[in-house]
Design a protein around this ligand. Structure first.
Ligand code: ZN
Length: 219
């Protein structure tokens, strides 16, 4: 399983900035922590940026495509004019996409980890994700989801988002969502992700070799 993590913003684009706290740094920290947890579960991970550097949205999507990611997860923090706005959001591109199941899983694991944080859902189409044709969601060729962890414009959420222990809880929730989606630790041990992939490949090889020997007999 290859999971591309996309820490939003970076470099000359700090993202939302409030009281000296910028979104880009929090996004990168949570992405690194999530990648660590996924690697522990024997997933391959790629970060679209490893440091505080600017990358265009198109480049991020292209890198995920070129690498052959199975899942794409963009990590952001939110901002609103009202400092009362709070809670997390999960976004996919418009309509029924291949990412809806992934978004619902992530929504569920975030809700489980932070039961008191408002889950800002849109059940208009039957599932909790919000929908918008964001560049990294429409240009990626695999299930792609964007997470808004919380609001930097809300002082208590801002303090929480800066806290490394809380960042690690976000990472735990995101990694759990990814792994649940592919039969990870919760459904059969840390190796289940790779084992399932290998089993599929072996089955495909078996079918192909059967077809080949049939062809050779005819020849
Ligand atoms: Zn952002």
């Amino acid at each position: 399983m290859k999971v591309c993590l996309d820490p939003g913003h970076g470099g000359r684009d700090p993202g939302a900035c409030v009281a000296g706290v910028s979104e880009a740094g929090i996004n990168l920290s949570v992405a690194r922590l999530t990648a660590g947890r996924l690697r522990d579960a024997r997933c391959e991970t790629l970060l679209t940026r490893e440091i505080d550097v600017y990358r265009s949205l198109g480049d991020r999507a292209a890198e995920a495509n070129d690498w052959g990611a199975d899942l794409f997860l963009s990590i952001h923090c939110n901002w609103a004019v009202s400092d009362a706005a709070s809670g997390f959001e999960v976004w996919t591109s418009r309509g029924d996409t291949g990412a809806d199941w992934f978004a619902t899983l992530l929504f569920t694991t975030l809700q489980g980890e932070f039961p008191s944080s408002p889950a800002r859902a849109d059940y208009g189409d039957g599932d909790p994700d919000k929908e918008r044709d964001l560049t990294v969601l429409v240009r990626t060729g695999m299930p792609a989801v964007l997470i808004e962890l919380g609001f930097l414009s809300n002082s208590s959420e801002r303090a929480a988002l800066r806290n490394v222990d809380i960042q690690d809880r976000f990472a735990a929730a995101l990694a759990r969502g990814v792994l649940l989606g592919v039969g990870g630790p919760e459904t059969g041990g840390p190796g289940a992700v790779c084992e399932a992939r290998h089993a599929r490949l072996l089955e495909q090889l078996r079918v192909i070799s059967g077809q080949l020997s049939g062809l050779l007999r005819e020849f």
